[in-house]
Design a binder for this molecule. Structure first.
Ligand SMILES: C[S@@+](CC[C@H](N)C(=O)[O-])C[C@H]1O[C@@H](n2cnc3c(N)ncnc32)[C@H](O)[C@@H]1O
Length: 276
């Protein structure tokens, strides 16, 4: 991964105010076409990162929903990606959701370059074997504190020696705290950019985006530490089943879907006002 090239491209192309509102641009057209959460500015960051990957490196994404970020990262390029999605946050059935994601990939001609792993990231990532190192890792799965911390730890063994790690919804307090807590115990990360949301679902940065450069430390070990393992376990055994139960309740009460969805996916947290 050409981390320096990417950091330079970012400074030139994406400021804190995001990208210009241009309905004709690729990122705007993707956002118009695919329902989802990532903004045109976030897709521009993902695209710049993917463009700086070395030949053969992979883009890895956790949490693809209907494919907006996955397509945004990879459309009109020759780069390949792997996505992990368990279809747990869709109002429709998992098979309908999976079909909608697949249709997005086909419409934007990225299907032949993407492998979608259907399952729980906290179960799959610790044991998956990928055919190439990951140059860019984008985490946009479930955003509990346990998940957020473990998401960093379970992906490290898959990263290239130099890589970029992008955390979505990073202005949410539990995401920021879990990320900071992980980084306090694990070296190799350097913050490149912190795009802060000024309000909940901010049109420019949605709920914020942090971008880190990763360099594998000399003392790095491939085994997953206990701090990561127990959180991944707690996420799978406690948090995820509770969320699934909440989602099935939602499907029986579609009119409360949006309100409860906000509680389930965001843990009822608010974006803190940060205007500096
Ligand atoms: C915020 S959405 C992703 C939005 C997407 N990146 C976009 O740009 O539109 C989060 C997604 O993560 C998925 N997800 C939640 N928990 C997961 C887990 N443990 N493993 C894999 N995917 C998960 C949900 O099904 C949901 O589609």
């Amino acid at each position: 991964m050409d981390v320096e090239g990417f950091a330079g491209a970012l400074v030139n192309s994406v400021g804190p105010e995001g990208v210009p509102d241009d309905p004709e641009s690729l990122v705007h057209r993707i956002c118009e076409d695919i329902r989802g959460m990532s903004t045109p500015s976030a897709l521009t960051v993902l695209r710049a990162a993917v463009a700086a990957m070395e030949p053969g490196e992979l883009y890895l994404e956790v949490g693809s929903y209907r494919g907006r970020s996955l397509v945004g990262a990879l459309a009109e390029s020759d780069k390949c990606g792997v996505a992990v999605e368990n279809f747990s946050e869709f109002p429709e059935s998992a098979s309908e959701a999976s079909a909608e994601l697949a249709a997005s990939l086909i419409r934007w001609k990225v299907d032949s370059r993407v492998t979608v792993l259907d399952g729980d990231a906290f179960e799959l990532l610790p044991r998956v074997h990928l055919p190439a190192p990951v140059g860019v890792y984008f985490y946009d799965g479930v955003h509990s504190g346990w998940a957020q911390y473990a998401a960093l730890g379970i992906a490290e063994r898959l990263l290239a020696d130099r890589a970029v790690v992008i955390i979505d919804d990073a202005t949410w307090p539990q995401v920021a705290q879990a990320t900071d807590s992980y980084l306090a115990r694990h070296s190799g990360y350097q913050l490149i950019a912190d795009y802060r949301a000024l309000s909940q679902d901010d049109p420019v940065w949605c709920n914020g985006l942090r971008v880190y450069a990763w360099r594998r430390p000399a003392s790095w070990s491939p085994s997953i530490g206990r701090d990561v393992a127990w959180r991944a376990h707690a996420q799978r055994r406690i948090d995820s089943p509770l969320r699934s139960a909440a989602w099935s309740l939602l499907s029986d009460h579609p009119r409360s879907f949006n309100a409860v969805r906000t509680l389930v996916t965001r843990g009822a947290t608010q974006v803190t006002e940060q205007h500096d």
